[in-house]
Write a protein of this length. Structure first.
Length: 579
């Protein structure tokens, strides 16, 4: 039972959206916070500078300096809230506060006692914040919390009239921290709007990215894609067949080791990402990989010494969509070299078996005849009958002179072929120069090559113009120190090879797609158009060859084909087996 892969509850696009939104929100929050802090600091510094300017202006006034010096020299008991509230220093400080919009303007003596203050009840009392810097002759700015609340303030010394060193008091000017915060809030509104727009833009971009990811991943989740990738690697590396994946635009996306072994042996080119038409692979793949909804093949093609069968199927996906979506094509390449050779050998063995069964049936009939003659006490007639059988052969085939072959495989096989030829009105005969002295040791390869040549010759004789239809086979064995070689010559009464100006027809007939079958269009899936290429491969694999000796012509004879098969004949003779 196949276990289904677990998938997360949230889709990958949703997770991407949430992560992006979280990141954007964090970035916007940090940015807005940083901007707010910097704005608050900047506004505070601006208010500190303004407070310092106002405080300096007040402290430099001659009236303020003179009045502060006079009050600082007066007894502390005279500095009552009532007297100070109506004094010129209080009126001057309040006037400045009203004009500048300051939170407060405070003037003290050299002991830190308030001489002017927005709250008259505080007059004559010591200030709540440290006045030491200003009373020492320095200036300072700070943000502090006093009796009136938090404020941004500046403290400036007040010097005695006519002196630049004698400090008689200080001036403290402050602006409320609430004003700084209000200014920051006014500046933060555009930032908040930009932050909101950024979040909305991020959400839109994430949604568009999620939609594109869904299109690119065909609606699959990353976990599913990872599982598919593992399955693909396991399948592509675990099969011997060649697998090529092609997109709708003709770009190669998958090219496994089997495809490299069959189509580009020894090549180190990375075909992934290349256009199929420009990849340098065999041209017949272009037709298989052409974007189409139709299936291609099976179609057989010859590559050097190999025969491959090519099929192509369109790939579609229907996941999360109402209709099938085309993705491209997958091309399968299978090695049929050995299969085709074995198929033809099997055909030859079947023909041989049919002939042997016919012989067995004939032998049984004749043995019954001999047994009957002996039963009726006619030994002389039985002897004559057996002698007649020995003279005429074990079975009467249409082919003449089968006895010249002296090999049971050749005799039975050519005899069976002569029956097929006779049924089609063709005479199959043995050439006068035939000489077989040894025994056939590899009947499969011999009958495969001989059977293909004879079949082609029979078809040529049937389709030829000559009324005398014949096929002639000559066989000769050659015994050398390296073993026995069988030489084959097959001729027919056909019209010969077709004339093709500008091409070498003798080599072209051994190329993939060429067929001598005239009664029907070549069918690559059935093996037509690859037979001669296959038997040449069989012969060359043994160190021999198959070639055309004579093109032939109408009115004379058809094509003459020759074959040389080393190592298929034993050095012993057939006579050694006779009793």
């Amino acid at each position: 039972m196949k276990q289904a892969r677990s998938t997360p509850r949230l889709r990958f696009s949703t997770r991407v959206l949430l992560v992006q939104m979280a990141v954007v929100f964090a970035v916007v929050l940090v940015t807005a916070g940083t901007f707010a802090a910097l704005t608050y600091q900047w506004l505070g510094e601006q208010d500190e500078a303004r407070a310092l300017t106002v405080a300096r202006a007040v402290a430099s006034s001659e009236d303020v300096r003179g009045e502060t010096a006079a009050l600082a020299a007066a007894p502390e008991s005279s500095l009552t809230p009532a007297s100070l509230a109506t004094g010129p220093l209080q009126r001057n400080a309040e006037s400045v506060r009203a004009r500048t919009g300051a939170f407060f303007v405070v003037v003290t003596d050299d002991a830190g006692l308030r001489l002017a203050h927005p709250n008259p009840a505080m007059l004559g009392q010591k200030v709540s914040t440290d006045p030491s810097v200003a009373l020492a002759g320095g200036e300072s700015t700070s943000q502090e919390h006093g009796t009136l609340g938090s404020s941004v303030r500046a403290k400036v010394p007040v010097f005695a009239p006519g002196s630049s060193t004698t400090v008689v008091g200080e001036v403290v000017v402050g602006f409320s921290s609430d004003d700084v915060l209000a200014g920051m809030l006014r500046n933060i509104v555009p930032v908040a709007l930009i932050a909101g727009a950024s979040l909305a833009l991020a959400a839109l971009a994430s949604a568009l990215l999620g939609a594109r990811l869904r299109r690119l991943t065909l609606g699959l989740e990353p976990e599913e894609i990872a599982g598919l990738a593992q399955d693909q690697e396991a399948v592509l590396r675990g099969v011997d067949e060649g697998v090529i994946g092609v997109t709708e635009r003709g770009t190669i996306t998958v090219f496994n080791d089997g495809a490299r072994r069959l189509l580009a042996p020894g090549s180190g080119v990375d075909f992934g990402g290349l256009a199929l038409a420009d990849s340098g692979l065999p041209g017949f793949l272009a037709a298989a990989g052409y974007p189409s909804e139709a299936e291609y093949g099976p179609s057989e093609h010859v590559m050097s010494d190999r025969v491959v069968i090519v099929t192509a199927r369109p790939v579609r996906i229907e996941r999360n969509s109402p209709g099938a979506r085309p993705l491209g094509r997958v091309i399968m390449v299978r090695d049929r070299t050995e299969v085709q050779a074995l198929t033809r050998q099997l055909d030859a063995v079947n023909a041989l078996g049919t002939a042997l069964r016919a012989q067995r049936h004939e032998f049984a009939n004749r043995l019954h005849t001999v047994a009957g003659l002996l039963d009726i006490n006619q030994p002389a007639e039985a002897r004559d009958y057996v002698a007649a059988i020995m003279d005429n052969g074990p079975l009467q085939y249409p082919a003449r002179d089968l006895g010249m072959l002296k090999d049971p495989y050749l005799e039975a096989f050519i005899g069976a072929k002569s029956i097929e030829a006779h049924e089609r009105g063709v005479e199959l005969r043995i050439g006068s120069d035939t000489l077989i002295r040894g025994r056939i040791t590899d009947p499969q390869d011999v009958t495969a090559v001989l059977g293909n040549l004879v079949d082609n010759a029979i078809r040529a004789a049937v389709s030829g113009e000559s009324t005398l239809r014949w096929v002639e086979v000559e066989l000769l064995d050659e015994h050398t120190g390296d073993g026995g070689t069988l030489h084959l010559v097959v001729a027919d009464s056909g019209d010969g090879l077709p004339r093709s100006p500008g091409t070498d027809i003798r080599e072209r007939i051994f190329s993939q797609g060429f067929s001598t079958a005239q009664e029907a269009a070549p069918d690559p899936a059935a093996g037509h158009g690859v037979g001669l290429a296959l038997i040449r491969h069989l012969a060359r694999r043994r160190g021999g060859d198959v070639w055309v000796s004579d093109d032939g012509s109408p009115g004379t004879h058809g094509a003459v084909l020759c074959a040389r098969l080393p190592g298929v004949v034993s050095l012993g003779t057939n006579d050694e087996e006779e009793p």
